[in-house]
Design a protein around this ligand. Structure first.
Ligand code: HEM
Length: 512
């Protein structure tokens, strides 16, 4: 790209098929060699040859298209200045409500400190430079995450941060010193989750070690064997090994009590023999360890099963990208040492229920951040799209929809921050006792909100909300995939019910 100064008269002279210039946002583009490659065809470009095509361009394209084709830019109009804001990696959006209020300079927050702000910026930069390009590519091809990216995340301690606060972070430098490992709290955890979502690739988002975040947590909290715990944590957080959580089955989804995979003690009492199947197991295709829910003699137990030739995996195709590595798993008499039991035998329900809290809270962080991105997309689109000769935002019906969407996103985030504050001040055990209900209700609220937001956003975008490329691609993906958050980690109805049942446990006996 050059920054030559050109006049509008000069641009006007280049108005033929073979010599075609136009202006977009005060910059001059020479598309003479591009018109045959233009996805929208040559005719539309010929129609604006030699003219200012700013309005036509932004009515049809995202600004990032111009960034991708910046080599076509040959200059700038003399005495004029581009108006479009070009964000650099790590920068905050300037669109109202595109960022949670703690990031808006005009607002204060009781929860977030200076180091949280540093962490947010460093993580956003990391996502934009290292994660987003691969996420966008793999979302389309359906391939799994590369070892190179896993190594980068391991080196910057992004993998370790995704396990939430704890001793595993105490001697680590986070994102080149953005925060001290000891300072890392649940608000930091919230920041990491919400920034990761900004790669805008829902299948890859789960393919990016989501299995680890929900299974290593159970090993760290419940492994009885200290050597096993340290070894597995080290192998996984350094990116050498991968792991996943294997609970759901074709026979049972959210009703964990109905599982049919069995773990029988061997005659010598040294091993469990695991037999059965698991379905919808995120990251199962490339996992070395499976944190597995099994029926034992008098109840339900959780075992860390290592991949052997007796563990078979098959890819399941779902409505999001196969980059998520959603798997059908068969355990065919797998021998598992008894020391791999997590928690107590027959008391696996406690292990799974406590482990679910962090998973569900993380999902609430993520889906509310996704919803916010969709609101941002709608605000940008309504502002730049011209219909019936006026910007879309001038239609009261569109403003009504936006008002509802903004309110839902703000309400989810405010409740999320309030629960996060409680998590910072409660032990793991007390979180299980006091917060599993509220977290269940929060996740349900966030995904019901996503349902409304996806619906309205698609209507606002029209046909583009149904198209996988171009202006509406983020809305299309959200509308196609928000149900993953509504179902994974506990379906909405089950979690809503859990929330009310937990509340009733604290109800005084007296009739009030
Ligand atoms: C340097 C300038 C331009 C570049 C690099 C460019 C690039 C693209 C790309 C990549 C697409 C595919 C869809 C997307 O990713 O958004 C597209 C579609 C299109 N472009 Fe352009 N374009 C340029 C200028 C223009 C102008 C000035 C017009 C109209 C006057 C135009 C009209 C269209 C149309 C009608 C489509 C199809 C849109 C759709 O399917 O909804 N383009 N363009």
């Amino acid at each position: 790209m050059t920054t030559d100064s050109l006049t509008r008269e000069e641009v006007g002279k280049h108005n033929s098929e073979d010599d075609l210039w136009f202006i977009v946002d005060h910059k001059v583009y020479d598309v003479s060699d591009f018109i045959d490659a233009h996805p929208g065809g040559s005719v539309v470009l010929e129609q604006v040859a030699g003219q200012d095509a700013t309005q036509a361009f932004y009515n049809l394209h995202r600004h990032e298209v111009l960034q991708q084709y910046s080599k076509l830019c040959i200059g700038i109009i003399d005495g004029e200045k581009p108006e479009v804001i070009e964000l650099q990696p790590g920068d905050l959006s300037q669109v109202p409500y595109a960022e949670p209020s703690w990031l808006a300079p005009q607002y204060k927050s009781p929860y977030f400190t200076e180091s949280h702000h540093r962490l947010r910026k460093a993580m956003r930069k990391f996502v934009e430079i290292h994660i987003k390009p691969e996420a966008q590519e793999k979302e389309k091809t359906g391939e799994f995450i590369s070892q190179e990216l896993i190594d980068k995340m391991a080196n910057a301690n992004v993998l370790a941060m995704r396990m939430g606060p704890g001793k595993h972070l105490h001697n680590r430098t986070l994102l080149d010193g953005a925060m001290d490992g000891k300072e890392f709290d649940y608000f930091s955890d919230l920041i990491i989750s919400q920034e990761l979502v900004r790669a805008n690739a829902r299948g890859f988002q789960d393919g990016n070690m989501a299995g680890m975040t929900i299974s290593l947590s159970a090993v760290i909290a419940w492994a009885n064997d200290e050597e096993l715990k340290q070894r597995v944590a080290e192998e996984v957080l350094s990116g050498k090994k991968k792991m996943c959580l294997a609970i759901t089955e074709a026979f049972a989804g959210s009703d964990v009590a109905g599982l049919r995979t069995t773990a029988e003690l061997s005659e010598d009492g040294q091993h469990y023999i695991v037999r059965g199947t698991k379905k919808w197991i995120t990251n199962g295709m490339f996992s070395d360890y499976f944190v597995t829910g099994c029926k034992t003699k008098n109840g339900f137990s959780v075992l860390l099963v290592e991949k052997t030739e007796d563990v078979e995996v098959k890819l399941i195709k779902t409505s999001y990208s196969t980059a998520a590595a959603t798997t059908y798993v068969e355990f065919n008499n797998v021998k598992v040492p008894v020391k791999n039991l997590l928690g107590e035998e027959d008391k696996g329900f406690t292990v799974i229920m406590s482990n679910f809290n962090h998973e569900r809270w993380m999902m609430a962080c993520m889906v509310s951040r996704w919803s916010r991105t969709v609101v941002e997309e709608c605000l940008k689109w309504a502002h730049q799209r011209i219909v019936f000769g006026k910007p879309l935002i001038s239609q009261p019906v569109i403003r009504q929809k936006l008002a509802r969407m903004i309110s839902l996103v703000e309400a989810s985030q405010a409740w999320l921050e309030q629960i996060t504050y409680q998590m910072n001040h409660m032990s793991y055990k007390d979180q299980a006792k006091n917060l599993s209900g509220p977290i269940g209700l929060l996740k349900t609220f966030a995904t019901r909100s996503a349902h409304e937001i996806a619906d309205d956003a698609t209507n606002i975008f029209g046909g583009r909300g149904l198209t996988q490329t171009g202006m509406g691609n983020i809305v299309e993906m959200f509308h196609r995939t928000y149900k993953f958050d509504a179902i994974l980690g506990g379906a909405e109805e089950v979690l809503a019910d859990l929330g009310v049942r937990q509340a009733m446990r604290f109800m005084p006996n007296a009739k009030l």
